[in-house]
Design a protein around this ligand. Structure first.
Ligand code: MRU
Length: 359
């Protein structure tokens, strides 16, 4: 199932709010539809929203009816702002937008029709490179998984959250494909149930054994000796190794440490924010109270109750056993080792040529 499809200048976005019951694509022909899909979580997961925003900029450039270069660039900045202000936590969104806008900014030689083509090529590259990074991450990460391993995961860091294959679920997929016996415990992930609706579904599609648990069951599962490790994705990782991920991740990391179980984070380097010295600087999205007071549209709390709904939390680096990236696995001194990792030239296979990988 493709998270998004690029076809004839239209971005078809799999509406994840309707999964698993209904498979439906939203046809985005304008920037507002893309921005709205990101805001509503129709497309979600850090790498996937970055790729969707990249295609959003292609659509924006196509729809700007301007021949004057200055005016075209001014309109492009507005489109970039519109897409960037949809969600604050996942740095992949801004990373992708900046990468795209570098094709437009700081250029005297801008030729509008040419830029439109370059933007499309860059969006395809962002999508394709994510796909490739996930496969590489899978290869690096699966070495950490022994045979007969019972793994807890939180939220959905799978194919649905990326261009394909997934980060945390990509590692699990790779271990499964390598012939290892795996059992996944998927936290349901309140309030929006990405674990129940998406992870459980994704694992079942591929016959990877999965057991659904509610978020408050992980501690007991560990205490019973029924979990061997935790693997999650990330929305933003600060330069010291602090990790922002779906709300509930921090609790899981504390529990993993208390039970002496490794806690792994799988994320592409596009999720690293080397500008931030610690997780305290990561902006945490707060979402509408309805997400907490209702489940599947049914009210489960008294009308008027005060609600707090942060969508993410920050896990301090001390609780993270290793960070799995496409460039390799980082452990120990994160500050130093993440810096070294980013200094190394990425190994590219050259498969991402700018041809449409999202068809
Ligand atoms: O609010 P969401 O569903 O976008 O949150 C997604 C997560 O927290 C994922 O774990 C994270 O983006 C990593 S996805 C590869």
């Amino acid at each position: 199932m493709k998270t998004m499809i690029w076809e004839d200048g239209v971005l078809k976005i799999l509406d994840q709010t309707k999964l698993p019951e209904t498979i439906e694509y939203i046809e985005a022909k304008d920037v507002e539809t893309v921005a709205d899909a990101i805001r509503r979580l129709s497309v979600r997961g850090a790498p996937a929203i970055g790729a969707a925003a990249a295609y959003g900029l292609v659509i924006g450039a196509k729809n700007i009816d301007e021949t004057d270069k200055e005016k075209f660039m001014g309109e492009m900045e507005k489109v970039a702002y519109q897409l960037a202000s949809t969600r604050p936590t996942a740095v992949n969104l801004r990373w992708a937008i900046d990468r795209m806008m570098n094709k437009v900014r700081k250029r005297d030689d801008i030729y509008i029709a040419g830029v439109r083509g370059e933007l499309l090529e860059e969006a395809h590259k962002i999508y394709c490179e994510d796909l490739e990074a996930n496969r590489q991450m899978g290869e690096h990460g699966q070495k950490l998984i022994p045979d007969n391993c019972r793994i807890i995961t939180h939220c959905n860091a799978g194919a649905l959250a990326t261009a394909g294959f997934g980060t945390a679920l990509g590692v699990i997929r790779a271990a499964h494909r390598a012939g290892k016996k795996i059992e996944v415990f998927a936290d349901e992930t309140r309030p929006l149930l990405q674990g129940a609706r998406l992870t459980a579904w994704e694992m079942m599609q591929e016959d990877i054994p999965v057991t659904l648990i509610t978020d408050n069951m992980s501690g007991y599962l560990m205490a019973q000796g029924k979990a061997d490790m935790v693997i999650v994705g990330a929305d933003r990782i600060a330069s010291n190794g602090d990790v922002a991920n779906k709300i509930g991740t921090y609790g899981l990391a504390v529990l993993a440490q208390a039970h002496d179980i490794p806690f792994y984070v799988a994320a592409p380097t596009s999720t690293l924010d080397m500008n931030l010295s610690s997780g305290n600087e990561i902006p945490i999205e707060e979402r509408h109270e309805n997400e907490v007071t209702t489940v599947g549209g049914t009210r489960v709390a008294p009308a008027g109750v005060k609600v707090w709904n942060p969508a993410f939390d920050v896990t301090p680096f001390e609780l993270v056993s290793a960070i799995i990236t496409e460039r390799g696995v980082v452990e120990g001194q994160y500050q130093e080792n993440l810096k070294k990792l980013m200094e190394n030239e990425p190994q590219t296979s050259g498969v991402c040529s700018g041809q449409n990988p999202a068809k």
